[in-house]
Design a protein around this ligand. Structure first.
Ligand SMILES: [Zn+2]
Ligand SMILES: [Zn+2]
Length: 375
């Protein structure tokens, strides 16, 4: 397996505001996305120097051809892209929860947290070819961009209503987003015409998947072109039900835990997986956040920080799950708090290598993992 975190993906990540000013300008100029003013200024200078339309055309062409890489879903094997490794905590480097899985010509997203749709688009994912969305639960950091995903995938060329699978309650959530975006969809249908923006393809369709009450219950929710997706129950009380997903394709397997406390169901369903993408909350760091918040008079934040401790998994616990499941590679996502500097990265991984000897990756937005099929 190869782990690719190529620089274009990193540079296109929307939250690179910590770059030095000069690098920031250059980065935004290259992608012409976030800071159009800088792009326009650079373009004006280039035009003045070159004095011809070819400069403009080349800029436009570069922008258009860079956005969607349709070869990815057609390539053999499973491909995973982290389109959101953040949490409800504000983080300039990480979008809300989102994991893209591409295999057999299918393109699925697990959760679409705030900012993740833009991250997925800037990462070059084929947004118009989105097959379906899988929701793990309905916390806002997992569904905040659902409206964007529905509408923007239609704008990008989706020709069928978008299927959204999840636990009971999914249909209600999806219908709400459909309703909120109905006016937008009618404007675009009228403006661009039925051929380009067919009204029937615009909305999403929710699918409530019932699981039994057993703590490790599961159900196959998607099985097409050799890609089988199994939903399984996890433990995120008082959020019930909350689920994770296992993807099997070409003898390879990828598991996304969803939000969960340490769960035997994740261990069971991750058995033998090539890649386990597991949420993690560093409890010692969060306790310190709570203590400091108390000291500076932010009791509300302190209370919430303490409340989160019980329904997430520590990095060491996630490593135990990976070890017990016999997983080859453990990727942390939904990292709380975001390990964004040398010190927090060290603290986040403290003790992990003591229980798990496989490959460990601190997930970052834009990372991509390619798993070729087993022959
Ligand atoms: Zn949650
Ligand atoms: Zn969450």
């Amino acid at each position: 397996m190869s782990v690719v975190a190529s620089s274009p993906w990193r540079r296109t990540t929307r939250r690179r505001r910590s770059l030095p000013a000069a690098a920031r300008i250059r980065s935004h100029h290259v992608h012409g996305w976030r800071a159009r003013r800088w792009g326009c200024a650079a373009l004006a200078v280039a035009l003045a120097a070159a004095g011809c339309d070819r400069v403009i055309d080349r800029q436009i062409e570069r922008g258009l051809t860079a956005r969607a890489d349709r070869s990815v879903p057609e390539a053999p094997g499973i491909h995973v892209v982290l389109c959101g490794t953040g949490s409800p905590l504000p983080d300039k480097d990480r979008a809300g929860a989102c994991t893209a899985v591409l295999a057999g010509g299918e393109f699925l997203l697990v959760d679409v947290g705030p900012g993740s749709w833009e991250t997925a688009t800037l990462a070059g994912l084929p947004t118009g070819d989105l097959s379906a969305i899988l929701l793990t639960h309905f916390h806002s950091d997992h569904i905040g961009d659902l409206g964007e995903a529905i509408t923007q995938s239609w704008i990008a060329g989706r020709t069928h209503p978008l299927d959204v699978y999840g636990p009971p309650g999914t249909t209600r959530v999806v219908n709400g987003f459909d309703e909120a975006y109905a006016a937008d969809e009618s404007y675009r249908n009228i403006h661009h015409g039925e051929t380009y923006m067919p009204a029937a393809a615009a909305p999403a369709v929710g699918h409530d998947v019932e699981l039994t009450d057993a703590a490790d219950s599961d159900a196959v929710v998607f099985d097409r072109n050799g890609l089988r997706v199994t939903m399984f129950r996890v433990h995120h009380d008082p959020v019930r039900p909350a689920v994770g997903y296992r993807f099997d394709y070409g003898g390879r397997s990828v598991v996304v835990s969803g939000d969960t406390a340490k769960s035997a169901s994740v261990t069971k369903h991750a058995a033998g997986a090539d890649l386990l993408i597991h949420e993690a909350l560093q409890p010692e760091l969060m306790k310190r956040v709570a203590t400091v918040a108390d000291r500076v008079g932010q009791q509300r934040l302190a209370k919430m920080a303490r409340d989160t401790l019980g329904y997430h998994t520590s990095p060491v616990e996630a490593a135990e799950v990976a070890r017990d499941a016999g997983v080859a590679t453990l990727v942390f996502t939904h990292e709380v708090p975001g390990p964004n500097n040398f010190i927090t990265r060290r603290l986040f991984l403290a003790g992990v290598s003591g229980v798990y000897t496989g490959t460990v990756v601190l997930g970052e937005d834009g990372m991509r993992f390619d798993l070729p099929p087993k022959s």
